[in-house]
Design a protein around this ligand. Structure first.
Ligand code: 2AM
Length: 555
C-alpha cells in the first residue's frame, strides 16, 4: 500500500519540478484592455508552474497555427450587440470559415467577458468556444462567462484550468491591484478631488454633458491619451433612504460587504451594492417573499419579451414599492443584491497638457419612467459632485487606442456626442508634441446652438491650424437628419486620399448604431474612391485594422 502511495506521489510531483516546460498559448481579444490584463494574470500563474505561456494579441495570430497547438486558452470580450472586439474580428471570421483547420489534439478553454445588460451576452467567447469544439478540440474546462464584475469568475476559471493542467499551483500572486501594477487601482481606487465640473451644453439644451476635471496629484496613477478612467459611483441618497424607510430596515445595522468586511447598511447601500439593476434572479428572489401573482406569472412564463417588458424603466425601488416584502434584517436584504461596479469613461485630456489631472466628458443621463424621474447612476453622481468631493477612480489602460506613434501620419477622428472625449486628448497630445501630421475631426450632436461641445476649443484649433479639417453634423438643425457618416460620404475622396498617405481612422461613441453606420460608410468610401470590389474593400479595411490604423473605442 505504501508502495502505491509513493508511486502516486511521485507521478504527481514529477511534472511539477522536472521535464521540459509545457507551452501554453494564451490569446486575448479586447476592446478595453480587461481581457489583456486577465491573459497576463493567467500567464503569471502558469509560469509559476512548469509551463511556458505565450500571451498573444489575437489580431497577430494565424488561425492556421491552431493545428499545431497543444494547449490554448482564449480570453475574449464582446461588445455592442454581441460582436467580437475589433482586434478579434478576423480571428473569429477565420475560425468560423470552412477553411479553418481541424484541431484534434488541442486542449482548450475559453474565458468570455461581457456585460449582461447587453443582448447576446459574451457572444464572442461563446462562438470561439463552440467552434474550437466543432473543429475537434478538447475542452479541458467549461467556458466561464464573466459579467462586468469579472474578478471572482476569473479566479474560478484560473483555478479550474490550473487544476486540470496540473500545475498544483492553485494560488498565485496574480492578484495585482491593477494592470499597471500601481498601488492605486481597480481594487483600491484613488480619491480624486474634483477641480472643475460644468455643463458643456447651453441653456435650453434637452440633454446635459458635463466636463469634469479631477486631480490625480499624489496618486501615482499614470495614463496616456486613449485610456479610460474607472469611476466608482455612489448611489442616490434619496433613493437609498426611500428603500430603507419602506423596508423598515435599520440603517446603522452592520451588514457584510460584497468583497468582505462589514459596514452599516445605509453606507453599504450607498457605496457597495447595486440598488438599481433588476435581473431574473433578483425578481425571483423577491417573488419568493412577496406572494405577488404578477411576479409569479412573469417568472413562470419565463419569456424573453415578457422579461424585457417588465425590466424596461424599472429598478429595485419599483419592486420595493410595488411588491411589498419583509426582510428580517439588512443582512438578509443585501444577500440578494449584487456588487456596485465602477463605470468607465474615455479620458478627454492628455497628461502632457494637464499634468496631475484627468478630464472627462460625461453624458448625463436623465429620464422619466413609470412616473419617476431617474438618472444614470454614475453620470448623475458625477454631474452633481461639488468641487470638494472625491470620487474613487482608477486608470484602465487601452493600448489599442492611441494617437499614431508617427507624428507625421494623418489622423481622421469620428466622435459624435461624448465620442469627442478621446479626440480632445489626441489633439492636445499632438499639440504638445508639436506633431506635424494632419488632423481631421468629425463631430455631431443635435443642435449647434445648444450642443456644440468644446466649441471654442475646436474653433481655436481650426484657426491655429492644429485641426486641418473640422466637419460638424448637427443632426436636427435641418429637416433631414445629418450624421457624421453622411459627411464622410461627401468627403469620401479626401478620406481615401488621407488613408493612402498612411492615415489613421479613429471612431469613438455609440456602438449600437453610430459605429456600425460609420463602418459601413468607410467600406463605401474605400470601394468607391479606391475603386475596389466589396471583397477587396473588406480586405483593405481588415488590413487597416491589423496595422492598427483603424481603431475604435465604442460603447
Ligand atoms: P439624433 O439624436 O438627432 O438622432 C450624438 O448623439 C449625435 O449622434 C446626435 O446628433 C445623434 O442624432 C447622432 N446619431 C444618432 N444616431 C446616429 C447614427 N446611427 N449614426 C450617426 N450619428 C447618430
Amino acid at each position: 500500500q505504501f508502495g502505491l502511495f509513493a508511486k502516486q506521489l511521485a507521478s504527481f510531483e514529477l511534472p511539477l519540478d522536472e521535464g521540459p516546460a509545457v507551452p501554453v498559448t494564451i490569446l486575448w481579444g479586447s476592446q478595453t484592455g480587461n481581457a489583456e490584463g486577465l491573459a497576463n494574470q493567467m500567464a503569471a500563474a502558469l509560469a509559476e508552474g512548469r509551463f511556458e505561456p505565450s500571451v498573444i494579441e489575437v489580431v497577430d495570430y494565424e488561425v492556421a497555427n491552431l493545428a499545431s497547438e497543444k494547449n490554448l486558452l482564449v480570453v475574449t470580450s464582446t461588445y455592442g450587440d454581441g460582436e467580437p472586439p475589433d482586434n478579434a474580428v478576423d480571428f473569429v471570421d477565420a475560425l468560423c470559415a470552412e477553411s479553418a483547420p481541424r484541431v484534434e489534439g488541442l486542449q482548450f478553454s475559453v474565458l468570455a467577458l461581457g456585460d449582461s445588460q447587453y443582448p447576446d451576452f459574451c457572444q464572442a467567447g461563446k462562438i470561439v468556444d463552440q467552434r474550437l469544439a466543432e473543429l475537434g478540440g478538447e475542452r479541458i474546462h467549461e467556458r466561464v462567462d464573466c459579467d462586468v464584475d469579472f474578478d471572482q469568475p476569473f479566479e474560478l476559471w484560473k483555478k479550474g484550468v490550473l487544476d486540470v493542467l496540473g500545475t498544483g499551483a492553485t494560488t498565485s500572486k496574480a492578484q495585482v491591484t491593477s494592470v499597471n501594477g500601481e498601488t492605486f487601482g481597480k481594487n483600491k481606487p484613488f480619491p480624486a478631488s474634483i477641480l472643475k465640473n460644468y455643463d458643456l451644453n447651453r441653456e435650453g439644451a434637452f440633454k446635459s454633458t458635463h466636463h469634469v476635471e479631477l486631480s490625480l496629484r499624489g496618486s501615482g496613477l499614470e495614463y496616456e491619451a486613449g485610456d479610460a478612467l474607472g469611476v466608482y459611483p455612489v448611489n442616490d441618497e434619496k433613493v437609498v433612504d426611500e428603500i430603507l424607510a419602506v423596508l423598515s430596515l435599520d440603517s446603522e445595522a452592520e451588514v457584510p460587504l460584497p468583497d468582505g468586511g462589514n459596514a452599516p447598511l445605509r453606507e453599504a447601500l450607498l457605496k457597495s451594492y447595486d440598488i438599481r439593476t433588476l435581473s431574473k434572479k433578483l425578481v425571483t428572489d423577491w417573488q419568493k417573499r412577496s406572494s405577488s401573482e404578477v411576479l409569479k406569472s412573469i417568472i413562470e412564463e419565463d419569456k424573453k419579451e415578457v422579461w424585457e417588458k417588465f425590466f424596461w424603466g424599472r429598478e429595485l425601488v419599483d419592486l420595493v414599492i410595488d411588491y411589498p416584502v419583509k426582510f428580517q434584517n439588512g443582512e438578509e436584504f443585501v444577500a440578494i443584491l449584487k456588487k456596485l461596479h465602477p463605470r468607465l469613461y474615455s479620458i478627454a485630456s492628455s497628461p502632457k497638457a494637464h499634468p496631475d489631472e484627468v478630464h472627462l466628458t460625461v453624458g448625463v443621463v436623465t429620464y422619466e419612467t413609470h412616473g419617476r424621474s431617474r438618472g444614470g447612476v454614475c453620470s448623475t453622481y458625477l454631474a452633481n459632485r461639488s468641487e470638494d468631493s472625491q470620487p474613487g477612480v482608477f486608470v484602465q489602460t487601452n493600448k489599442a487606442f492611441r494617437p499614431p506613434a508617427d507624428d507625421d501620419a494623418p489622423m481622421i477622428m469620428v466622435g459624435p456626442g461624448t465620442g469627442i472625449a478621446p479626440f480632445r486628448a489626441f489633439l492636445e497630445e499632438r499639440e504638445v508634441r508639436g506633431a506635424k501630421g494632419k488632423n481631421w475631426l468629425l463631430f455631431g450632436n443635435p443642435y449647434r446652438a445648444t450642443d456644440y461641445l468644446y466649441d471654442e476649443l475646436l474653433e481655436g484649433w481650426k484657426e491655429s491650424g492644429l485641426l486641418n479639417k473640422l466637419d460638424l453634423a448637427f443632426s436636427r438643425d435641418q429637416e433631414e437628419k445629418l450624421y457624421v457618416q453622411h459627411l464622410m460620404l461627401e468627403s469620401g475622396a479626401e478620406i481615401w486620399q488621407w488613408l493612402q498617405e498612411g492615415g489613421y481612422f479613429f471612431v469613438c461613441g455609440d456602438a449600437l448604431r453610430m459605429a456600425k453606420d460609420v463602418d459601413k460608410a468607410l467600406h463605401e468610401v474605400v470601394q468607391v474612391h479606391g475603386v475596389k470590389s466589396e471583397d477587396e474593400a473588406q480586405d483593405y479595411i481588415r488590413n487597416l485594422r491589423k496595422e492598427k490604423r483603424y481603431a475604435r473605442d465604442v460603447y
